[in-house]
Ligand binder design. Structure first.
Ligand code: FA5
Ligand code: MG
Length: 422
């Protein structure tokens, strides 16, 4: 439906974004509040933590080409098909992504630009950009965030030699209290689950192992240097799956007692290299979550803070410096529960619920979690209860204000999600 776009001054059947007009259809689900984030470009504001971090990484990887200015509006082909996403991949669902219409969307990741840049012949590049996803609500998820894509390409026939030269050049950084587990397995392939996450059949094993080793070495050295002043930071590698890399891994850091995923990566599917008309080359790619890294580095406890326009937040940061964030007083939280019946024939999706709560409460919502679920023994209807935590990052919110927001949430949930409040 286009009901969410009332504030977008457009005729009913088109959306205007930045002077361009797009037809809407049954897939359209972008909201004006999401579109309003496009112009913020946090990664390009010199003394914003996201931009400070981008710049620090670019300084570490200074012989990569640094790209920042790609439009977030991409085709579904760029975001999915070019990368070999299967037709039924969940990421393609309207519940997970923001669509302008069936064939145009807000990119969900910086990988959307891989093929076009590889096709242009680049060998080493970093793409930093805002990306958009419908997702859950908590302190480490926000519907708009920033990624940095890194890609490096080698000749298949010479990968081993090229990698050992590069690793010698890069060296090892030892003045860091970053502890990386699984690191000593890096020169074997024991950490790869070869059934789900195999070396590609078209790759000589030695070339694939060398490229995987170089990828892990590059990221290990990057995090050791970025986090060198942390007291002690635990980092671990785990196996992962992506439609466009194999083998694939994820990197996680231990933050506030939980493993926080900061990056996905792997050896690029050869099919993508072939589409880029580079069949004799092999490459790796990574996608870093910049907010997640910045949260650890700057001690920023909640992802909403990045969007704050409050000078008490913005004025704490300086170009090229890592300074721990000093929280201005933490305002009290208020919890409200909402319970409803979902009919058997209603297709309820948590991301739709979260989107709705965000659209009513804006950045006052801190967290939303299902706390109870049961099926009525007779009617077989499902009952769900969600606990919503409200808290402002920069002011006290009165109980009356929260009550009013919660009333609006209840009203919208009932009318837009087709559920019955209990
Ligand atoms: C990807 O987006 C892949 N494109 C990464 C990749 C690139 C894999 C190249 C292989 C090769 P993923 O969905 O896991 O993967 O997201 C990458 C990172 O973005 C995550 O590790 C996390 O740090 C961050 N991230 C994901 N969702 C959110 C969110 N809602 N809010 C903040 N950060 C997020
Ligand atoms: Mg992931």
């Amino acid at each position: 439906t286009t009901g969410n776009l009332e504030n977008n001054d457009s005729k009913d059947d088109t959306i205007r974004i930045d002077g361009d007009s797009y037809p809407v259809d049954d897939f359209t689900n972008v909201t004006s509040s999401i579109l309003s984030k496009i112009k913020r470009k946090l990664h390009l504001r010199p003394s914003h933590p996201i931009s400070i971090l981008r710049n620090l990484i670019e300084t570490q990887l200074n012989d990569f080409r640094h790209i920042h200015a790609f439009n977030p509006i991409v085709s579904t082909r760029q975001n999915f098909d070019d990368l070999g996403f299967p037709i039924d991949h969940v990421g393609r669902n309207k519940t997970d992504s923001y669509y302008i219409n069936r064939s145009v969307m807000l990119r969900t990741h910086t990988s959307a630009h891989q093929l076009q840049i590889l096709s242009a012949g680049e060998n080493k590049f970093l793409v930093s950009a805002d990306v958009y996803r419908r997702d859950e609500i908590d302190s480490s998820h926000y519907p708009v965030f920033h990624q940095m894509e890194g890609v490096q390409v080698f000749d298949i026939a010479e990968a081993k030699e090229q990698v050992s030269r590069e690793i010698t050049k890069m060296g090892q950084f030892n003045y860091s209290s970053v502890l990386i587990s699984n690191e000593d397995e890096k020169d074997s392939d024991t950490s790869i689950d070869n059934r789900k996450n195999p070396i590609q059949a078209c790759h000589p094993i030695e070339a694939a192992n060398s490229v995987g080793l170089h990828l892990k070495h590059t990221l290990n050295e990057l995090v050791k240097r970025l986090f060198k002043d942390e007291k002690e930071l635990k980092v671990r590698w785990i196996d992962a799956y992506f439609p466009f890399t194999s083998p694939s891994w994820e990197m996680e850091v231990l933050y506030q007692g939980k493993w926080l995923e900061i990056c996905g990566c792997g050896v690029i599917l050869q099919d993508i290299m072939n589409k880029a008309e580079r069949p004799n080359e092999i490459g790796w790619a990574f996608g870093l979550g910049l907010e997640r890294i910045a949260m650890v580095l700057f001690d920023i406890p909640d992802i909403r803070l990045f969007w704050s326009k409050d000078p008490r937040f913005l004025d704490q940061f300086t170009f090229n410096e890592i300074k721990k964030f000093k929280p201005f007083s933490k305002y009290p939280a208020s919890a409200r529960d909402i319970s409803f019946w979902v009919d058997n024939n209603t297709d309820f999706h948590e991301n739709n619920f979260c989107e709705l709560v965000r659209s009513v409460a804006g950045d006052l919502v801190e967290d939303a979690k299902m706390i109870d679920e049961f099926i009525h023994p007779v009617s077989k209807r499902r009952s769900l209860c969600y606990r919503i935590i409200y808290r402002s990052m920069d002011r006290n919110v009165t109980n009356e204000e929260i009550n009013q927001i919660q009333l609006n949430v209840q009203k919208e949930v009932q009318t837009q999600l087709g559920v019955t409040l209990r």
